[in-house]
Write a protein that binds this ligand. Structure first.
Ligand SMILES: Nc1ncnc2c1ncn2[C@@H]1O[C@H](COP(=O)(O)OP(=O)(O)OP(=O)(O)O)[C@@H](O)[C@H]1O
Length: 338
């Protein structure tokens, strides 16, 4: 029986080495090194302007670096255009062709192939139907994009990207314009599709929840550099820098450069630090308490098990961090408190 290797054990499919890109003197990407494994689902996560889209475009062959190399399967493709790299991509605003039916949209990439490489019309149509089944839009091939919902259109865009049998699927905020519920459904569905088809996928997002839920590994970027690469667990539990700690998940900043997550406080009877409760509300399965520490300007947020009786505004509670991190210039130090 074949044993499926985890992405970490697989061969390297993409290698970026020293990728740098400037726009009019502004360094959008600064010396980026990255390896992507075959079969991996990788998220590029960072705030607006951090360089995610530029990096994705360079991997696609839609933009070219000023310095550095891109290799696919060990072969240098830095100078190759998008048509010569086996990539499929889906962008948030990568509109479908309005005047074409859904099936023609899906088959587009195959129908524009050079004579000799282009499959016959009937075969393209059959392939489009097959892909529409796969994205759960079977039977809708004769509709026009305007006759579909936003979520359905994004799935057509995905089917179109898959039609050319890409080695690599690139997605730039593919579900950004959709409402939260549809987004969540499509996310799960994309994760299953990625596995089922054995794809290697890279997606750009500024939504940390999306990155943590979908990706095998997350690349956290800021100002054109990679702050950390790790599994969702690693970037959340072991942030390498103060930036990652702030950007991935919620963090309290306590005096002395201490970072503590809201769920990492314990309430004690004696000792600890007194917090005056300012407000309290239910947040899923916990009580979220907002309060103030004496002589500390920032509001402290902490979570309390919602099965416990909540304190009231005005009460003083005493807190001890269970786990904290400090961030000296050179990186993070973490402490688990007894
Ligand atoms: N064609 C361009 N000309 C000039 N500057 C550009 C160009 N493309 C990107 N930039 C700049 O490069 C930086 C990185 O942009 P990029 O689009 O890669 O960021 P991003 O992380 O994808 O942001 P967002 O989440 O807002 O899409 C930004 O400061 C942007 O203004």
């Amino acid at each position: 029986m074949a044993v499926r290797l985890s992405p970490q054990e697989c061969r390297t499919l993409i290698t970026l080495d020293g990728i740098t890109k400037t726009f009019g003197g502004y360094r959008a990407l600064d010396n980026i090194d990255l390896e992507v494994k075959d079969g991996e689902f990788l998220a590029l996560l960072g705030p607006s302007g951090s360089g995610k889209t530029t990096l994705l475009r360079i991997i696609a062959g839609l933009a070219f670096p000023d310095a550095g190399t891109v290799a696919f399967d060990g072969e240098d493709v830095t100078g190759l255009k998008v048509a010569d790299r086996k990539v499929g991509f889906v962008f948030q605003h990568y509109a479908l062709f309005k005047h074409m039916t859904v099936a023609d949209n899906v088959g587009f990439g195959l129908s524009v192939r050079k004579r000799g490489q282009r499959p016959p019309k009937a075969q393209i149509r059959a392939r489009a139907e097959e892909l529409l089944e796969l994205v759960q839009l079977g039977g809708l091939g004769n509709r026009y994009p305007a006759q579909l919902s936003g979520g359905q259109r994004q799935r057509v865009a995905l089917a179109r990207a898959l039609a050319v049998e890409p080695q690599l699927l690139l997605l730039d905020e593919p579900f950004g314009a959709l409402d939260a519920k549809v987004r969540k459904t499509l996310r799960r569905w994309l994760r299953d599709l990625h596995k089922q088809m054995g794809l290697t996928s890279i997606f750009v997002t500024h939504d940390q929840e999306e990155a943590l839920e979908l990706a095998d590994r997350v690349v956290v970027m800021d100002h054109g550099v990679i702050e950390q690469i790790g599994t969702p667990e690693q970037v959340y539990m072991e942030p390498a820098t103060a930036f990652v700690s702030d950007f991935v998940g919620e963090t309290n900043h306590l005096p002395g450069g201490i970072h503590v997550r809201p769920h990492e406080f314990r309430i004690v009877e004696d000792g600890g630090q007194p917090v005056i409760v300012e407000s309290i509300f239910r947040k899923g399965g916990v009580w979220r308490i907002e309060g103030s520490l004496a002589s500390h300007a920032e509001v402290v947020e902490l979570d309390l098990d919602a099965t416990l009786a909540p304190p009231s505004p005005g009460d003083t509670i005493r807190i001890v961090p269970r786990r904290l991190k400090t961030f000296p210039q050179s990186g993070a130090t973490s402490h688990d408190q007894a």
